[in-house]
Design a protein around this ligand. Structure first.
Ligand code: CA
Length: 538
């Protein structure tokens, strides 16, 4: 722009332009230098937030300087082609672009460009449907219930019977069926070949289908689906007492009680919509379990109701906003407990914190580190040794935007348990003994300490497989003296593990003489004699 302006001056008044150029040159240099020194930087992102329906995503990123030149590119491979893109012309440091036209449950890559500065591509997945058999395609027979003879795989029928809030005396059962031929929608199904149908006529009832989804991360979830319904209202007096609904409950199904929770969708009499309507809502999950209900409810017996459900969906509202990778854990003993170091990466700079404990309920939290980094290192001290792994998950936030948790993972703080310790004397020669044992963790340092009873010092034998970590250990003690009682104990550990020692000492005895006399004396079946073993043969 500046050069162009100078050229215009040149054409207009050459003499003046030279002066201008001379004056402008140092300024221009300064400006160019200034621009070079403060080039725009993408500070976070791109962050991908999945949308509903799952065929669109919101791409968010931040720059340290405001710019109006912002584009996000999306493709199905990390090297392109970039089939989809979107721009945001608003001059700001936070940029947001909506990309539509994606396929659900699929992997994509996105990179963003602001004022000519590009990010590296990051992968993301479009929303994963957490419901099983969400299209109601597969059904199985059931018996012993009064509302039907089949239910969809992954779903359960439910009913409260009798249900008669006005004591009308007309309580009867709801009917739940695949593709029921009442109040038929157009087209017959919204998704593939089958739908879930339910109805009632001139009765009071309350029931439907539910699916319970467990092991969910806390957060917001989007529940959606397609519905078609009809209230046949020629006799209605109590419109509001006829309902069809989708409810999402933060917690498990409670048998025998009307479902409570977030009403995702509800229609009450009168009216109909037989051309399939898409409905959706958001439910917050804190308990780790969500139960999705598709229901029909009639509180008063003055008409008939029909409802059909298809293409149901439950997915995280936050999708893959922050991606976690490269989890590594390392332990080292420190006194009688362990120090554990957990490291992991995030695809965008975020805060650092780890929840950990003996189960996936955790119970311990490391200090919140607000520094925004992509490589995270957390140290936990004083972890008590345990025979079972500890559970942990990482929490990463982009303040003001996202708060995400990794999936549950485990780390060890090994409490080594020694088992099946046995000493087998070679009775043919009588001068060697094989000591064997097992450990519940793979250990790389495994030793036998032995001495003649009365000796002050032990001889130490290290297993020949060390330092290869194994859980089955064997050491040969030789040479030994005949006719002697030995004491021994074993020790396993290594590589940062707390050692386990089999104290007090055990004993074994070598035969007075080598050979067959001793062999028959000690073992009817031959072979070595096990410590504490018996010698009963076949
Ligand atoms: Ca279907």
């Amino acid at each position: 722009m500046i050069t162009l302006a100078v050229e215009v001056f040149f054409l207009y008044n050459p003499a003046k332009t030279i002066t201008l150029l001379v004056r402008l040159m140092p300024m221009l240099c300064l400006m160019l230098l200034g621009e070079g020194a403060s080039a725009l930087t993408i500070t976070y992102g791109p962050v991908v937030a999945t949308q509903d329906p799952p065929t669109s995503v919101k791409i968010i990123w931040w720059t340290d300087q405001a710019t109006s030149n912002n584009t996000a590119y999306v493709g199905s491979s990390p090297t392109g082609p970039w089939a989809l893109s979107g721009t945001n012309p608003a001059s700001a440091t936070r940029h947001e672009v909506l990309i539509t036209g994606l396929v659900g449950d699929s992997t994509y890559y996105v990179y963003v460009d602001s004022a000519g500065v590009s990010s590296t591509p990051v992968p993301f997945r479009t929303g994963t449907n957490l419901l099983i058999n969400s299209s109601f395609e597969n059904w199985h027979s059931i018996s012993g219930v009064s509302w039907g003879s089949q239910e969809p795989d992954g779903w359960h029928g439910w009913e409260i019977y009798p249900w008669d809030p006005y004591s009308s005396g007309y309580q009867n059962h709801i009917t739940i069926q695949m593709d029921r031929n009442t109040g038929v929608p157009t087209p017959l199904t919204k998704d593939l070949a089958h739908r879930a149908s339910m109805d009632e006529g001139w009765r009071t009832c309350y029931g439907g289908l539910f699916q319970q989804v467990e092991s969910l991360q806390p957060g917001d979830y989007i529940v959606s689906g397609w519905v078609a319904w009809k209230f046949q209202d020629t006799h209605y007096q109590h419109y509001a007492d006829h309902k069809v609904e989708i409810i999402a409950r933060d917690g498990p199904h409670v048998p025998g009680q009307p479902p409570t929770g977030t009403v995702i969708w509800q229609a009450t009499a009168p009216g109909e919509e037989l051309n399939w309507k898409y409905v959706q809502g958001v439910v917050k999950c804190t308990s780790g379990t969500l139960t999705v209900y598709a229901n029909l409810r009639s509180d008063f017996p003055d008409g008939a109701s029909f409802v059909h459900f298809d293409g149901m969906r439950l997915m995280s509202a936050q999708g893959v906003a922050i991606g976690f990778s490269n989890f590594q854990t390392n332990y080292s003993y420190n006194g009688s407990s362990y120090d554990v170091v957990i490291s992991y990466d995030t695809n965008i700079p975020s805060t650092t914190q780890v929840e950990w404990g003996p189960t996936s309920s955790y119970g311990n939290t490391t200090p919140y580190d607000p520094t925004l980094v992509t490589h995270h290192v957390v140290q936990i001290t004083g972890v008590q040794p345990s025979t079972t792994p500890y559970h942990y998950r990482a929490r990463a936030t982009v303040p003001g935007e996202y708060d995400n948790y990794s999936a549950d993972r485990t780390f060890d703080a090994p409490q080594i348990v020694l088992s099946n310790i046995a000493a087998a004397v070679d009775v043919f020669a009588g001068v060697s003994c094989t000591v064997s044992w097992q450990t519940n963790f793979q250990t790389s340092s495994n030793k036998v300490y032995y001495r003649k009873v009365g000796d002050p010092n032990y001889t130490v034998v290290q297993c020949s497989t060390d330092p290869t970590a194994t859980s089955q250990h064997t050491c040969v003690l030789a040479p030994l003296e005949l006719g002697t009682t030995y004491q021994y104990h074993v020790e396993s550990g290594g590589a940062g593990m707390l050692f386990a020692v089999s104290m007090p000492d055990r004993t074994f005895q070598t035969p007075a003489q080598p050979g067959h006399n001793m062999f028959y004396g000690f073992s009817l079946v031959g072979g070595p004699i096990l410590e504490h073993g018996d010698d009963v043969g076949p």
